[in-house]
Design a protein around this ligand. Sequence first.
Ligand SMILES: NC(=O)C1=CN([C@@H]2O[C@H](COP(=O)(O)OP(=O)(O)OC[C@H]3O[C@@H](n4cnc5c(N)ncnc54)[C@H](OP(=O)(O)O)[C@@H]3O)[C@@H](O)[C@H]2O)C=CC1
Ligand SMILES: O=C(O)[C@@H]1CCC=N1
Length: 262
Amino acid sequence: MYDLLVVGAGNMGSALAVGMGNAEGGPKSIAILDHTLNKAQAVAARLPQGRALTELESADVYLLAVKPHHIRNVVKELPAGAKVISVAAGIRLAQLNSWLVKGGAIVRAMPNTACEIGQGVTAVCATAGSEDLAARAQEWFRLVGEVFLVPEKQFDVVSALSGSGPAYVFLLLEAMQEAGITLGLPAAMALDLARATVRGAGLLSQARQDDPRAMRLAVTSPGGMTAEAIAVFEKLRFRHQVLTAVRAAAERSQELSALAED
Ligand SMILES: NC(=O)C1=CN([C@@H]2O[C@H](COP(=O)(O)OP(=O)(O)OC[C@H]3O[C@@H](n4cnc5c(N)ncnc54)[C@H](OP(=O)(O)O)[C@@H]3O)[C@@H](O)[C@H]2O)C=CC1
Ligand SMILES: O=C(O)[C@@H]1CCC=N1
């Protein structure tokens, strides 16, 4: 029996399997299951004790990393009493519970892809009676980043903030690179500069634990060049754009829950 069987060798399943499987104190034996054997094999090859599967086998814990509209079928195939961790966006604990054949323990988690390098953020909640599994899930997710216990009613917003969040940062990277290119820099140099800047700003913010506004003001010399850029962002209502975008993602999380019932 495997300690952990990850279903879905896509972006999130592979990030979690690789991150947890290579961390000290993580699940010892990990199997990864995907429709496409090649995908599962590619992940298993990056694990100290990984096994690629195309059919379900017995495991202590099943971590489900398939798309929200596929998850009901996967849950229905799990054995009675299965211990399940789902990372599917929008899918509620009550839905997972109703699809399980019989009993079992259920944890819902919302990680992000930075788990692959141990720098993820994961929100966790669980059904009553699943405390042991919730403790184990927190332990494993802590191996690949920070963990927050979050009431389920906040999951849509949390998912829209930290689950989707890396994509917003990558969009900023793309936009910074494109601006550099348009204003005359070579593409590779523009990307290197943007990437190093995002990394440094993230690390500085983490190291200082300061209010981001104060950190922004420390860069923005009165009458200097940054002030010109910030004034443009404010005029274009950047904050409003971020709020509208995060709200759209949170609303989509609610829709995904409803669609999974169809
Ligand atoms: N990507 C992210 O950043 C995050 C994703 N999530 C959640 O993680 C889940 C997976 O997302 P993501 O990794 O991006 O999706 P992917 O499409 O990259 O990965 C899902 C994988 O699961 C496979 N699959 C589907 N059904 C089955 C099945 N019954 N048995 C075995 N394998 C199956 C898919 O195969 P095929 O393509 O052939 O269908 C695919 O390879 C989603 O529910 C998402 O909401 C959560 C947090 C962040
Ligand atoms: O876009 C999605 O639906 C998934 C969930 C959070 C990040 N990716």
